[in-house]
Write a protein that binds this ligand. Structure first.
Ligand SMILES: NC(=O)c1ccc[n+]([C@@H]2O[C@H](COP(=O)([O-])OP(=O)(O)OC[C@H]3O[C@@H](n4cnc5c(N)ncnc54)[C@H](OP(=O)(O)O)[C@@H]3O)[C@@H](O)[C@H]2O)c1
Length: 282
């Protein structure tokens, strides 16, 4: 995990630190920023509830921090809000303490979901879950040099996500029950990583940005699209969120759009689905 600044091959390249590098977005960012001089740290390398480790990070001289480390267990945060806060609030403050330009990621779950037209940056947040509250507070501690990217319903070819769960269940079952009363934008991490690079390379202003896939659907629609694209014969039984009885109440509607000039535009979620399946060799 040497920074390698003395390495002539790395001279002159942008030095980028990625936190939470073991996660799905962390993986995608490592690919998209591969031409930069990247130091990718997993939780084992830097537990962000602690200040930056003095041996690797504090002495590092970075041009950019891509902060993806987060408590993402939405239901688990209801049982342990302090634990979620330590990662999502203190962790973001620790990333900001490096005092270099920072991209930090937040969520559509900062909204209560009562709107029926897309949420833009100027809409007031009102999180209904512990996870959403910690992410909103995390936005506030990101500092003046931060791009705060709100995104939604992430999926990729690695890690735990809805797409990979559906592929597994689709192989095992003839029918899966999926909620049909939450509407959002399933966003492919590869497309979000590209949009992040556009934001940074384009030197767009710091502050809040809504970056999610074009189009919108319910989880049940998304599941059907997954089975359609992969040719799995699995049927989708549409159910309500109440039938699922999960601890955290998800917003019924959390479609994100940017109201800002020159906002990077992501491809449609269905294009993201196809790109991810291609990644998985499906
Ligand atoms: N997933 C979504 O649908 C979604 C939607 C909207 C916004 N976001 C936001 O997008 C960002 C990236 O999410 P993701 O989907 O890539 O999440 P992910 O796959 O769960 O990755 C998060 C990473 O953070 C690591 N982590 C957890 N606690 C940590 C700690 N204390 N110190 C250092 N690392 C820690 C995790 O490590 P372990 O694997 O060891 O736990 C994991 O590798 C997060 O800010 C998330 O809140 C996600």
């Amino acid at each position: 995990m040497e920074l390698g600044n003395a390495d002539p091959l790395r001279a002159g390249r942008r030095r980028v630190l990625i936190t939470g590098a073991g996660g799905q977005l962390g993986h995608a960012l490592q690919q998209v920023f591969a031409h930069d001089d990247v130091l990718a740290l997993t939780r084992a390398d830097w537990d962000v509830t602690q200040p930056p480790p003095s041996d690797t990070v504090s002495r590092g001289d970075f041009d950019l921090v891509l902060h993806t480390a987060a408590w993402t267990d939405v239901d688990g945060a209801e049982a342990d809000p302090q634990g979620a806060a330590a990662v999502n609030i203190a962790g973001t403050a620790h990333a900001a303490s490096l005092k270099v330009p920072l991209v930090t990621y937040s969520t559509d779950y900062v909204f209560d979901g009562r709107k029926r037209s897309p949420y833009v940056e100027s809409d007031g947040p009102n999180p209904a879950t512990a996870y959403g509250r910690t992410k909103l507070h995390g936005e506030a501690v990101a500092g003046p040099q931060a791009w705060v990217v709100r995104t939604s319903w992430l999926f990729g070819s690695t890690g735990r996500n809805f797409l990979r769960t559906m592929l597994r269940l689709g192989e095992e079952r003839e029918e899966v029950a999926v909620v049909d009363d939450q509407r959002g934008c399933p966003t492919y991490v590869g497309h979000l990583a590209e949009a992040t690079r556009t934001l940074v390379d384009g030197d767009l202003p710091h502050g809040l940005w809504h970056l999610a896939a074009d189009g919108d659907c319910t989880w049940a629609d998304f599941a059907e699209a997954i089975f359609e694209e992969t040719g799995l014969p699995t049927r989708v039984r549409r159910i309500s969120s109440a039938e699922l009885e999960r601890p955290a109440l998800r917003p019924a509607y959390s479609v994100l759009r940017s109201g800002r000039a020159n906002a990077p535009r992501l491809p449609h979620w269905r294009a993201g689905l196809r790109a991810c399946l291609a990644d998985l060799g499906r």
